[in-house]
Ligand binder design. Structure first.
Ligand SMILES: [Fe+2]
Length: 282
């Protein structure tokens, strides 16, 4: 038997806390398979009291498949480019006074602006804000399932355009560079995608989605905004309040997420991220 213990999150039945495993150790094939099954089943996993460095973080993440770098090269770890660092602390340990990636403050699913968006994201937080800086997740399968049949039929077959450049504009971030735009031109994905493992249908959108393919721009924006309002109702959301030494992992194929605000002038908040490459959404 695996040493793994699963505890379902109490609030929404979405997400699970996993105990009895040290992610920094040699994880047995059996325990790894249980984690792999748990992430698909629960969509978000929380591992408490993990003491990972970047090498161990990377090693754990790589067991799930090839990792991807970030299009924003400035966030890449200097020695380990497959680890991305986001935080309000500079290399000398000084607070820079602002949250460096505004796009993380709005609902999104990782890297949906590329043809093969992220599969799993694995995050740890060496510096945790004491107030705010929570990570919120919305369950896009349940949000889809709760739409009435006529609405589901209306949405099935639509494609949303995802655009890094437009996403940056919407989140009031620095403009995308020419290199970034060349690396990530707009792509379109099904608005309702089918999870390749569970076969569940999920709404697939978020801030990177700019409009609906072949629709009037404003009509598409309105539809996306309405879907986001629907999907991020409290009943679909898991709020992760970070504790020291947490590791958080999620399935980008069926969730969207964002960070809540915190006092970036006073609080230290740093996350290290590894992202597993995904497939073309269908
Ligand atoms: Fe993200």
């Amino acid at each position: 038997m695996s040493e793994l213990i699963e505890i379902k999150a109490e609030t929404t039945g979405f997400g699970a806390e996993i105990g009895g495993v040290d992610l920094g150790s040699e994880i047995s094939d059996e325990a790894f398979a249980a984690i792999r099954a748990a992430i698909v089943k629960h969509k978000v996993l929380v591992f408490r009291e993990q003491h990972l460095d970047d090498d161990k973080h990377l090693a754990f993440a790589q067991r799930f498949g090839p990792l991807e770098g970030h299009i924003n090269r400035s966030s890449r770890h200097s020695d380990l480019p497959k680890i991305q660092i986001f935080g309000n602390v500079d290399g000398d340990g000084n607070i820079i006074g602002y949250h460096p990636e505004k796009g993380t403050l709005v609902w999104h699913t990782d890297k949906s602006y590329v043809a093969t968006p992220s599969l799993f994201t694995i995050l740890r937080s060496p510096a945790v804000a004491r107030q705010g800086g929570d990570t919120l997740f919305a369950d896009m399968v349940r949000a889809y399932e709760d739409l009435d049949a006529a609405e589901q039929t209306r949405l099935d077959g639509l494609r949303a355009v995802h655009d890094w450049k437009r996403s940056r504009e919407k989140s009031d971030e620095r403009a995308a560079t020419a290199d970034e735009i060349a690396a990530a031109p707009p792509v379109d994905h099904p608005l309702i995608r089918t999870h390749p493992e569970t076969k569940a249908r999920a709404i697939y959108m978020g801030n990177h989605a700019s409009h609906i393919l072949d629709w009037d721009q404003g009509d598409g924006e309105a539809l996306l905004a309405a879907l986001e309002r629907h999907a991020t109702q409290e009943k679909y959301v898991y709020r992760h309040q970070w504790r020291d030494n947490d590791v958080l992992m999620w399935d980008n194929r069926c969730t969207i997420h964002c960070v809540t605000g915190y006092d970036a002038a006073k609080e230290r908040r740093v996350v290290h991220r590894a992202v597993v490459q995904g497939d073309v959404p269908v």
